[in-house]
Design a binder for this molecule. Structure first.
Ligand code: PEP
Ligand code: MG
Length: 751
């Protein structure tokens, strides 16, 4: 029986392949395919529905239904049984279609005389292309074998669709796969707008021949591919060098287990018996795993399905010989599209990218940090974009709203270009302010500094008019390497940063690792709550080697120039004292070794935990300067994870409790006579920046792109009046944000 099933299926697939190979119009091919399938499945009806756009399915060919309905009958995603198959990626099998929940009666098709219905998705690695349906007059459930057989056929159709078999120019009424516009709503990772063309970090594998001629040959290819995969996974695990314990090792072991899974291999062998080629069999199982992945809520199951997906990709690349390098040429205006990307890979692309769009990622991920440092617009959580996008597709990225338009309509592209042009005009206006001070109309002077983390950031200094670097995050050099950087490398880099700053101050913040910033070569700690765990100065004071080496590198880099060092995540005065002592010890050591010392050393602390807002004035006196790290300070003050989309925007920086805490810091700094700055993201937001300045924080450090807009506002604002407005609102218990916004609306600030 199984043998007969295999023979029938193989015969059908060969017929489909011949149909594809024969010259002809796309519509004729579809018609003849539905005919062959109905014939082979012994059903009266076979229909193919394809996506007309991302939300609409259209009946594109049918054997058995009324011809008038073809290209007329349309369903929305989720509508009717066909829409349900498309939405869930799972088959629907029923002996009595009209009694199924969600059934939609389509009188124009004449289907009412066919009660039994079997619909399977036409999908390719999670990408939904359409639905294949068979129906029959006899009211019966289709067997497991029939479902399986139809899924195999659908797989071949998916590959044919991908190869463009049904989207020739001969028939405009057929939907063009990968041609309609798609809108993705993701999450804003880095602001800015960009227009360009898709560049896929991992290009799609093309399965040129989904049908296998001889099952034994295909199975032998599959076995060979799996053997190669296993040995590569073993090598990868051996090289990972992450120690035997911990979550990491467990995860990797599961990965290995999948690579050795008998049931995975068996399912693919069965697909081959039904006529698929080895690579099409891998894709079929991958597609089904993807569909399950999208439905799975359990994070553990999702992770496992991800592993399987990743292994399938590797196996496909082995079988087809298609690596990342497909020989395609990168467009002039590349917009990188990827499921996820590491910081080192992103740095390799560098500034030539116009924007980055990821399916996964988080606002605090290393890739996001790099994108921010490179000032490249970034959208994350653009679900399914890697399945939809093809290399070279036109694409618009709105990093402010987290929106991506793939293959946009002309009208959308035109509106978008206007937006880009307006932003460019504003930027050139700000460029005119570059050499002017950020001084309010009542004479209050504010210093505007920039945040940086890469050598690549420094060229922005001139253009933006930054008066210095208020926060140089040193962790990026550590995050983007596979081993701890050498002292000499760091010293050379820090020296180059100081050279590029041309005498303007650069505040180097020592390594802030731990929490979300995990070094690839450091054994991860199994911490339940890493943001509040063993991180930053806590690591530096206990594993002293790395901090020591970094301090030595900074001292050597300064060589005769002033040096500013700032310690992160200080939560009690004693930690700052200990770190300060360490710096002094290193200074003495460097002197003993005969190195040229810095001409002056200024040492400061970040204020990132609420505890330090209430630290004694003596702590503030022991610092040369302090800087409020609002990103962390806010997350701990409101107990709201800065990376969690559900809560991160929930609380207002300008709410009374937060301002009351800032008052504490400002008062202590004034009493101690110590310089205060603010270097979290809020410093670059116009309303927040003006409020901080009016409250007495006279140095703000922000992304270079924010300096122009903030300076423009300050120069048109009377900060003394604004202070009075803020004080009044607070005294009256009114929202400060509203008071400041209304004040700004009253004064005439040119746009
Ligand atoms: C902060 O916490 O506000 C800060 C500037 O440091 P980071 O964003 O690097 O944690
Ligand atoms: Mg911080």
């Amino acid at each position: 029986m199984a043998k007969r099933r295999g023979n029938d299926s193989r015969r059908l697939l060969r017929r489909l392949r011949d149909t594809l190979a024969a010259p002809g119009e796309s519509q004729d091919r579809l018609d003849s395919i539905t005919h062959h399938i109905a014939d082979s499945m012994e059903t009266e009806v076979c229909s193919i529905y394809l996506f007309r756009d991302a939300e609409t399915l259209e009946l594109c060919a049918s054997e058995g239904l009324k011809t008038e309905a073809v290209h007329q009958t349309r369903l929305r995603l989720g509508e009717g049984l066909v829409g349900r198959v498309a939405r869930t990626g799972r088959h629907v099998n029923t002996a009595d279609a009209p009694s199924e929940p969600g059934f939609r009666f389509m009188p124009e098709t004449g289907e009412e005389v066919y009660p039994s219905f079997l619909g399977v998705p036409i999908q390719r690695v999670g990408e939904r292309l359409g639905v294949l349906v068979v129906q029959s007059r006899e009211a019966r459930q289709f067997t497991e074998d029939e479902i399986y057989g139809l899924e195999v056929v659908a797989m071949v159709l998916a590959e044919m669709t991908e190869l463009g078999a049904f989207s020739g120019n001969d028939n405009d009424s057929l939907p063009m796969e990968h041609h309609f516009p798609v809108l993705f709503r993701g999450t804003a990772g880095q602001e800015g707008a960009a227009e360009g063309r898709v560049w896929l970090h991992e290009p799609r594998v093309v399965v040129a021949n989904p049908v296998g001629d001889d099952p034994e040959t295909e199975k032998a290819r599959l076995h060979e591919g799996i053997a190669t995969l296993r040995s590569r996974v073993d090598t990868m695990l051996a090289e990972a060098d992450m120690g035997p314990d911990g979550d990491h090792a467990q995860v990797l072991e599961t990965y290995r287990m999948f690579a050795n899974s008998r049931s995975w291999q068996k399912r693919m062998e069965e697909d081959i018996d039904l006529g698929l080629s080895a690579e099409a069999a891998v894709e079929k199982e991958q597609s089904q795993a993807r569909a399950r992945l999208e439905m799975a809520a359990d994070p553990y199951l999702r992770d496992r399905l991800h592993d399987l997906d990743d292994l399938s990709n590797r196996l496909l690349r082995i079988l087809t010989g298609q690596g990342s390098d497909t020989g395609a040429e990168m467009p002039d205006d590349p917009i990188l599209v990827a499921r996820n990307i590491g910081p080192a890979d992103l740095l390799d692309y560098g500034r030539k990218l116009k924007a980055v769009v990821l399916e996964e990622g988080s606002v605090g991920s290393h890739a996001a940090i790099v994108a921010r440092a490179l000032a490249i617009p970034l959208v994350i959580h653009a679900s399914r974009i890697t399945s939809e996008a093809l290399n070279g597709d036109p694409i618009l990225v709105d990093g402010d709203g987290g929106i991506v338009h793939l293959r946009p309509e002309d009208s959308v592209a035109a509106a978008f270009r206007d937006k880009i042009a307006m932003q460019a005009a504003a930027q050139s206006r700000y460029a005119g302010l570059r050499d002017l001070p950020a001084e309010g109309t009542c004479g209050t002077r504010v210093e505007l500094f920039m945040n940086a983390g890469l050598m690549a950031d420094l060229p922005s200094m001139e253009g933006s008019g930054a008066e210095g670097v208020g926060l140089f995050r040193t962790e990026l050099q550590f995050l983007t390497r596979t081993r701890v950087p050498r002292r000499s490398e760091l010293a050379a880099l820090y020296a180059r940063v100081m050279d590029a700053a041309k005498g303007r101050p650069v505040v180097f913040r020592t390594l802030d690792i731990g929490s979300d910033k995990v070094l690839p070569y450091m054994k991860p700690q199994d911490e339940p709550n890493p943001a509040m765990g063993w991180r930053a100065i806590r690591v530096g004071l206990e594993k002293r080697g790395v901090l020591r080496m970094q301090l030595q590198a900074l001292i050597r880099a300064a060589a005769g120039r002033p040096l500013h060092v700032m310690f992160p995540f200080v939560a009690e005065a004693g930690e700052y004292d200990a770190a300060h002592r360490m710096l002094m010890e290193e200074l003495a050591r460097e002197q003993r070794l005969g190195h040229n010392l810095p001409s002056d050393i200024r040492v400061g602390s970040m204020i990132e935990t609420p505890s330090m807002a209430f630290a004694p004035v003596s702590f503030f006196k022991s610092c040369d300067f302090v800087s409020i790290g609002g990103n962390d300070l806010k997350q701990f003050f409101f107990a709201a994870d800065r990376e969690n989309e559900l809560v991160r925007r929930r609380y207002d920086t300008l709410s009374e409790p937060f301002l009351a805490m800032l008052d504490q810091i400002i008062a202590r700094c004034e009493a101690a006579g110590v310089k205060l700055s603010f270097c979290g993201e809020d410093a670059g937001r116009p309303v927040e920046a003006l409020t901080f300045a009016a409250l007495g924080i006279k140095r703000l450090s922000m992304r270079p792109a924010s300096i122009g807009p903030v300076k423009h506002l300050i120069r048109h604002t009377n900060l003394c009046d604004l202070r009075k407005v803020i004080d009044q609102a607070r005294a009256d218990g009114q929202p400060v944000r509203r008071a400041v916004t209304e004040f700004l609306a009253r004064i005439d600030i040119p746009r």
